[in-house]
Design a protein around this ligand. Structure first.
Ligand code: B12
Length: 210
């Protein structure tokens, strides 16, 4: 049941979470829907942390359980790959931010839909993004942000791409729990979302993929 999985994650009942994910997969449920229930659990964990009801230990533990759930779901999120990638995508969580769960989901879903993903990891300096874009000339660059202090790094990366004359060659997407359309405008990005699949659809819409 939807609410039960979310509640089990919020209360860090690891075995129950993993059993529920596996059972729902066995019953033939769509992996994306199951993933979304897990994501909602993480949002509630964050709310409790903000209110002071949960501490860092609970954030860490719930994130570990989320990663295990994602590992079960990953093969069901993947689809058959076209022989030629639709386009190259550079992904990163920028300097000042170490959250990676959302970015990893975007990476998995983009790969599953035929994109060649270059994931630079977390706490990535803007200069590293610039170097990668120069090297591989991607069609898309995606930044994931879960902490507001990383907004300045995203803006710095966008400025560097502008100054290098590379900005018009790419579409810049941003996502992650703390981003809004105002963040998109501040950073100078082309697209913002709180939903990984929306990001995939954006890339598909510009590359003629399905
Ligand atoms: C798990 C977690 C952690 C874990 C991270 C584990 C990991 N490996 O990633 C740990 C414990 C390490 C952690 C640390 C900290 N955290 Co934290 N954390 C969270 C929490 C609870 C969940 C985040 C998450 O993973 N959600 C699940 C994922 C799947 O959702 P998502 O990232 O939004 O991604 C989805 C979409 O947004 C989208 N998406 C994401 N990225 C992208 C990119 C693109 C291109 C696209 C298209 C789409 C897309 O796709 C995903 C799926 O649909 C949030 C609470 C919240 N409400 O978000 C706080 C939260 C982000 N953390 C917070 C804080 C304050 C911290 C710490 C500073 C705590 C501390 N005192 O040390 C440190 C930060 C250290 C640092 N410098 O980064 C704050 C940030 C507040 C702010 N305004 O900036 C939050 C909001 C909690 C809160 N309410 O106070 N955290």
């Amino acid at each position: 049941m939807t609410g039960e999985l979310t509640a089990a994650l919020v209360e860090m009942r690891r075995d129950e979470v993993l059993a529920a994910v596996a059972a729902r997969i066995r019953e033939g449920e769509d992996a994306l829907g199951i993933l979304d229930d897990c994501r909602q659990g993480m949002t509630t964990v964050g709310d409790r942390f903000q209110k002071g009801d949960y501490y860092l230990a609970e954030l860490v533990l719930s994130a570990e359980i989320f990663k295990e759930a994602l590992a079960i779901l990953q093969p069901y999120l993947a689809r058959s790959q076209p022989s030629e990638p639709l386009a190259k995508v550079v992904l990163a969580t920028l300097k000042g931010d170490i959250h990676n769960l959302g970015k990893d989901i975007v990476a998995i879903l983009l790969q599953a839909h035929g994109f060649e993903v270059h994931d630079l990891g977390v706490d990535v300096p803007p200069t590293q993004v610039l170097a990668k874009v120069k090297e591989i000339r991607p069609r898309f660059v995606g930044f994931s942000a879960l902490i507001t202090t990383a907004f300045a790094s995203m803006k710095a990366a966008e400025n560097m791409l502008q100054e290098a004359g590379l900005r018009n060659d790419i579409k810049l997407m941003i996502g992650g729990g703390v981003t809004t359309s105002l963040t998109r405008d501040y950073v100078g990005a082309d697209f913002q979302t709180l939903d990984a699949m929306e990001g995939v659809k954006y890339c598909l819409s510009l590359t003629g993929g399905k």
